[in-house]
Design a protein around this ligand. Structure first.
Ligand code: OXT
Ligand code: ADP
Ligand code: MG
Length: 571
C-alpha cells in the first residue's frame, strides 16, 4: 500500500484504518464516495486496495448526495468519506438532506485531536464534529478505541436503515486511525449486524381498520410516496392498486412505481382528486408542504386518511389519521393485499369515470403546450423532444433539478420503472444533480440523463470532471434560460449590475465538459436536441447538451411561486 508514513512492519499488528476497512467489507460495503486529505487519505487508498470502489469527488457535498442516492436505490447505507472540519461541514448538507428525505447514508469523517479541540487550543482543522452533526443526523457516534471499530460501524449501519432511514455521522479521530491493535484481536471483533433493518410487521387490527375504512370509501385515492419506492414492494403495491381499481397519484420520486401511462394514474387530475377524494391512503408519503399538509383549498375538508408508514411518530403530524398502519411497507402491503379477500374494495365506476373525465382538459392543455415549436424553444418544446427519445429508453435513470426545469420535466417525462426518477425531494434543494447522477450510474451501471436548470448545474458543475474521470454513462441536458427562473434582466441597481436572478444566457456550458474530454453539444432546435440526446445515451460517453431556452418563458419559482413572501415594492 502507498502510505505517507509506514509504521512498524510487525505482522501481528494492524491499525485503525485497516480495521475500519475490514469492518466496512464485512458489512458488504462496495463503494465509498468522498474527498481525501488529512487524516483519511490512506484510509481511501487501503479501501481501494481491498476492493472497495473509491469514487473521488471535487466537493464533499456532491459525494454525499451520491452516497445518499446509493442508499435510496439499494436500501444499504451509502458511504461518504470526508476530512476534518471544512470537509466535514461540506458533507453535512448532504447528510442533513439524507435525513430529511429518509435516504440511508453514513458520513465517515476524520477528525482532529480531541484534547486540543475540547480546550479550544486551535488544532489543525479542529471542530467538535460529532456534536455539530447531531441535529442533522439520525445518530452521531465517535469511535475512540480500535477494539470498538466493528461495533461503531455496525451501529452506524443499523441506525441508517432501521425504521425510517436517514443520515448517520461516524467520527474517526486521527488518533484512532493511527492506533495499533493485535491483528487477531481486531479480527475477532468483526461482525455484521443480524437483520439490521428488521422488518416491522403491522398489527392485524391496524390493517383491518384500514381495509374497513377503504371499503366505505366512495371516492378513494392512493398517494404513492418515495417511502413506497424505497421499500421495494413494487409487485404487491401494483397488485393492490390494480385489484382495487383505486386511482393513484405518485409523488415525484415515486413516479414509475407503476408506469405513468397506467390507466389508474390520476397525475393529470391532481387537483380534482385531492379536492374530491373522501378516503386517502398515504403509502410512504408524508402530509408535508408537498401535499399542502392535507389542508386548505386543495383538499376535501372531510377527507379521512389511512397512512402506511414505518415511523409511528409521523401519524397525526398534520391531520388526524383515521387508520394508521405502522410497519414496513413490504409487510404492511402483504397484509393489505391478503386482506382484500375478506373486504369488498373496488373503486366505484362513477368515481373512476369522473377522475378520467377530469384528466381530459389537462391532457388537452398539455398537448397544446407540447406542440409549440416556436424558437427559441420553451421548456415544453424541449421536453417534448426529449420525451420522444426517452420513451425508447425506459431503463434510463432521470435526475432532475431546477425550478421550471424541475416542475415541467416532472410532468412531461413519463417514468416506467420504480426508483428511476431522482430529484430535489423534500427540501427542493439545488446541487443534488451531479452527485445523484454519479451515484445512480455507479450503483446501477445504467445510463443516466440529468435534466438541469442552468442555475442548478452551477452548484456542482465541476463534478463533470468526476464524470469524465470515471467515464460514466451520464448525459447532462442543461436548460439554459439565462437565469434562476428566467432571464428578466431588470436592473434594480441603477448601475448596470445583473439582477438577482440573472445568469449568463449566452454561456457555453458545453465547453465545460469539452475541457475534460466529454462530448459537447450546443442545441437550439428540438431536432438537434433529439439527435444529441439519442447520441449521448447510445454512446454511454459523458455528454453535456447546452439547450438554448427562451429566457422569458420561465415563471418565478416554477410551480411554487405562491410560497414567496408577498412584498410591497418590486418593480
Ligand atoms: O391540479 P391541476 O388541475 O392544476 O393540474 C395539475 C396536474 O394534474 C397537471 N398535470 C398534468 N396534466 C397533463 N399531463 C400530465 N402529464 C400532467 N402532469 C401534471 O398539471 C397541474 C400541475 O401539476 P403538478 O406539478 O403535479 O402539481 P402542483 O400543484 O405543481 O404540485 C405541487 C407540488 C408542490 C407537489 C409540485 O409543484 C412539486 O413537487 N414541486 C417541487 C418544487 C421544488 O422543489 N422546487 C425546487 C425549489 S425552487 C427554489 O427554491 C430554487 N432555488 C433556491 C435554492 C434552492 N432551492 N436550493 C439551494 C441549495 N439554494 C437555493 C434556486 C436557486 S430553484 C433555483 C434554481 C432555479 O433556476 P434553474 O436555472 O435551475 O431552473 P429554471 O427555473 O428552469 O430556470
Ligand atoms: P414523498 O416526498 O414522496 O411524499 P416522504 O419523504 O415525504 O415522501 O415520505 C416518505 C415516508 O415513507 C416517510 O414518512 C418514511 O418514514 C416512510 N418510509 C420510508 N421507508 C419506509 C418503509 N420501508 N416502510 C414504510 N414506510 C417507509
Ligand atoms: Mg434557469
Amino acid at each position: 500500500m502507498a502510505t505517507n508514513q509506514v509504521l512498524t512492519p510487525d505482522p501481528n499488528l494492524t491499525d485503525g484504518m485497516h480495521v475500519v476497512v475490514d469492518a466496512l467489507k464485512r458489512n458488504g460495503i462496495h463503494t465509498i464516495y468522498g474527498v481525501v486529505g488529512i487524516p483519511v487519505t490512506d484510509l481511501a487508498r487501503h479501501a481501494q486496495e481491498e476492493g472497495i470502489r473509491y469514487i473521488g469527488f471535487r466537493h464533499e457535498q456532491s459525494a454525499g448526495y451520491a452516497a445518499s442516492i446509493t442508499g435510496f436505490l439499494t436500501k444499504k447505507p451509502g458511504i461518504l468519506l470526508t476530512v476534518s472540519a471544512p470537509g466535514f461541514l461540506n458533507g453535512l448538507t448532504a447528510l442533513a438532506n439524507a435525513t430529511t428525505n429518509g435516504f440511508p447514508m453514513i458520513q465517515i469523517s476524520g477528525s482532529s485531536d480531541r484534547s486540543i479541540i475540547d480546550l479550544q487550543q486551535g488544532d489543525y482543522e479542529g471542530l467538535d464534529q460529532m456534536n455539530i452533526a447531531k441535529p442533522f443526523a439520525k445518530a452521531s457516534y465517535r469511535i475512540n478505541r480500535p477494539e470498538d471499530i466493528a461495533t461503531g460501524v455496525a451501529r452506524a449501519i443499523r441506525a441508517a436503515i432501521t425504521g425510517r432511514p436517514g443520515g448517520v455521522y461516524l467520527d474517526l479521530t486521527t488518533a484512532l486511525l493511527a492506533s495499533t491493535i493485535d491483528k487477531n484481536v481486531a479480527d475477532s471483533t468483526l461482525f455484521a449486524p443480524i437483520d439490521p433493518a428488521s422488518p416491522t410487521i403491522p398489527s392485524p387490527a391496524s390493517v383491518d381498520r384500514a381495509l374497513k375504512l377503504l371499503s366505505t370509501a366512495k371516492k378513494p385515492l392512493i398517494i404513492l410516496g418515495k417511502g413506497a419506492a424505497y421499500a421495494q414492494a413494487d409487485d404487491t403495491i401494483k397488485a393492490f392498486i390494480e385489484k382495487t381499481g383505486i386511482p393513484y397519484i405518485p409523488m415525484s420520486m415515486a413516479k414509475g412505481l407503476l408506469p405513468d401511462d397506467h390507466v389508474q394514474c390520476a397525475a393529470a387530475a391532481r387537483g380534482f382528486v385531492l379536492e374530491n377524494a373522501d378516503v386517502v391512503m398515504l403509502l410512504g408519503a408524508r402530509l408535508n408542504w408537498l401535499l399542502s399538509h392535507g389542508k386548505g383549498k386543495h383538499w376535501n375538508p372531510n377527507a379521512q386518511f389511512i397512512q402506511l408508514d414505518i415511523d409511528g411518530m409521523e401519524f397525526d403530524s398534520n391531520k388526524p389519521i383515521a387508520a394508521p398502519v405502522a410497519g414496513d411497507i413490504v409487510a404492511s402491503m402483504d397484509a393489505m393485499l391478503a386482506g382484500l379477500s375478506s373486504h369488498n374494495i373496488k373503486a366505484a365506476d362513477d368515481w373512476v369515470k369522473d377522475v378520467n373525465a377530469a384528466k381530459v382538459p389537462n391532457d388537452q392543455k398539455m398537448q397544446i403546450k407540447l406542440s409549440n415549436t416556436k424558437l427559441p424553444m420553451d421548456y415544453f418544446c424541449a421536453l417534448n423532444a426529449m420525451e420522444k427519445v426517452l420513451e425508447n429508453h425506459k431503463d434510463v435513470y432521470i435526475v432532475n433539478e431546477g425550478a421550471n426545469t424541475l416542475d415541467d420535466a416532472r410532468n412531461v417525462i413519463n417514468m416506467y420503472q420504480p426508483r428511476h426518477r431522482l430529484d430535489c425531494g423534500t427540501w427542493g434543494v439545488m446541487g443534488v444533480g451531479m452527485g445523484f447522477a454519479i451515484g445512480a450510474a455507479i450503483t446501477s451501471g445504467k445510463s443516466v440523463v440529468a435534466i438541469e436548470g442552468d442555475s442548478a448545474f452551477g452548484f456542482d458543475g465541476m463534478e463533470v470532471e468526476t464524470i469524465c474521470r470515471f467515464k460514466l454513462p451520464i448525459t447532462i441536458v442543461l436548460f439554459n434560460n439565462g437565469g434562476i427562473y428566467n432571464d428578466a434582466h431588470v436592473d434594480l441597481s441603477g448601475h448596470g449590475d445583473p439582477s438577482p436572478t440573472t445568469l449568463m444566457a449566452n454561456a457555453h456550458y458545453d465547453k465545460v465538459i469539452e475541457a475534460f474530454g466529454g462530448v459537447p453539444y450546443y442545441v437550439t432546435t428540438p431536432e438537434e436536441l433529439s439527435k444529441a440526446l439519442e447520441a449521448g445515451i447510445a454512446s454511454k460517453k459523458p455528454t453535456l447538451i447546452n439547450v438554448v431556452i427562451d429566457g422569458m418563458c420561465g415563471t418565478e419559482s416554477g410551480h411554487i411561486g405562491n410560497l414567496n413572501p408577498k412584498t410591497i415594492s418590486t418593480k
